[in-house]
Design a binder for this molecule. Structure first.
Ligand SMILES: *Cc1c(COP(=O)(O)O)cnc(C)c1O
Length: 374
């Protein structure tokens, strides 16, 4: 029975919000340890950098003057945008910094889409493009991966007169596959200038391949292109929430209108600025990831677990039992992985690259899950 004063949610809430299943974040470590009765927990579910933030960024965080907490940050991340412009030889007006790349996804969808419009992306990719579109009342058209890679042909076929944005995750989370520069250029030519093409390069700094396209440089040629990058992955600042987009000045001018100022805090802006200058950190992280990825893949091979591995700081594995059951079993052994049913990959798990002791613990847990099945 509803109380007379209870708001009428059928009246208040749009249908696309009512029917949307909210994302349930994982509980804090202390709660999880109690729940699964483990005394140690290795978090290998979020693709965080196990080496932490670059030293210079750590110093900024440690030395932040607490009195400054009372002051608003720069509303447009002024110095960071200038540093990014210098780094990529672009104009500071080509950047918008957000509260994580997740926030700039919402800016872009709000800027270009209205009721009746649609976006096109893949079915098995980073889910936030689809989520933001769906709970904003915009149709998300999901094109199945082809050879575990974004299907350019299939995406182009789904474009209609109401398609506004094409989202490509390059390299793709979770498969690690990527389009070469040649393939991307062909796609951009065929998509034409009247669709926004978003290239999510959240893992760009992990890729060291000659044919991998540098979206930042392609911005000079394609005025409909939008690049996403983040400080959460390579730069180890996930907890501070800072990411950005880059695009032509005319697009940025529009996208900026949909952003709320002051969403990026002072510590995040300053730590990101320091992090950006540490190229040694990128090289060290790449080496670490390459080494531990190989260790994980060898483990999978030894255990007879099929693995899908590519670029980025994660590996996917196909388990002989349900991924949600694998999640629970591995949690009891203190290893948290990502179960992939939510990515439309039932029975697959995604493991982020951690420090070596975490990888050892993970290998042991995988081996005991597989042994339990025999
Ligand atoms: C992690 C991730 C992001 C978002 O990162 P933020 O923490 O919001 O900056 C965006 N895209 C992909 C593909 C990611 O994996």
């Amino acid at each position: 029975m509803t109380r007379p004063s209870a708001p009428d949610l059928d009246f208040l809430v749009p249908r696309h919000v009512r029917s949307f299943e909210p994302y349930i974040p994982s509980k804090p470590d202390a709660e999880l340890k109690k729940l699964y009765r483990c005394d140690h927990l290795y978090r290998l579910n979020n693709n965080e950098n196990p080496l932490g933030p670059p030293e210079a960024a750590q110093a900024i965080i440690a030395e932040f003057d607490p009195e400054r907490a009372s002051l608003y940050p720069s509303g447009d991340s002024y110095y960071l945008r200038h540093a990014l412009a210098e780094r990529f030889r672009l104009d500071p007006e080509q950047f918008i910094v957000g509260n994580g790349a997740n926030e700039v996804i919402t800016f872009v969808i709000k800027a270009f889409c209205q009721e009746g419009d649609n976006i096109v992306t893949a079915d098995k990719t980073f889910a936030v493009y689809e989520w933001v579109a769906t709970f904003s009342g915009i149709e998300a058209r999901l094109v199945p991966l082809q050879d575990v890679t974004f299907d350019d042909e299939g995406m182009l076929q789904r474009i209609d007169s109401r398609t506004k944005i094409l989202f490509i995750c390059n390299p793709n989370n979770p498969t690690g596959t990527y389009w070469s520069e040649e393939r991307l250029r062909r796609f951009l030519e065929r998509a034409g200038p009247n669709r926004i093409v978003v290239l999510d390069e959240a893992y760009a700094e992990f890729v060291d391949r000659p044919d991998y396209p540098d979206g930042m440089q392609l911005l000079r040629e394609y005025e409909n292109l939008v690049i996403f990058r983040t400080f959460s992955k390579m730069y180890g600042l996930a907890g501070l929430r800072i990411g950005y987009l880059a695009a032509s000045i005319s697009l940025v001018d529009v996208i900026r209108r949909t952003g709320v100022v002051y969403s990026v805090n002072s510590i995040a802006q300053e730590a990101a600025l320091a992090a950006l200058r540490d190229d040694g950190h990128v090289l060290r992280t790449r080496e670490h990831v390459a080494r531990e990825k190989q260790f994980l893949c060898e483990t999978a091979e030894r255990l007879g677990i099929p693995a899908q591995t590519g670029e980025g700081c994660f590996v996917m594995m196909r388990m002989p039992i349900s991924d949600t059951l694998v999640y629970r079993k591995m949690m009891q052994m203190g290893v948290m992985i990502r179960s992939m049913t939510g990515f439309r990959y039932p029975n697959w798990i995604r493991i982020s690259i951690g420090l070596h002791d975490a990888m050892e613990a993970c290998a042991e847990a995988l081996s005991s899950v597989v042994a339990g099945e025999r």
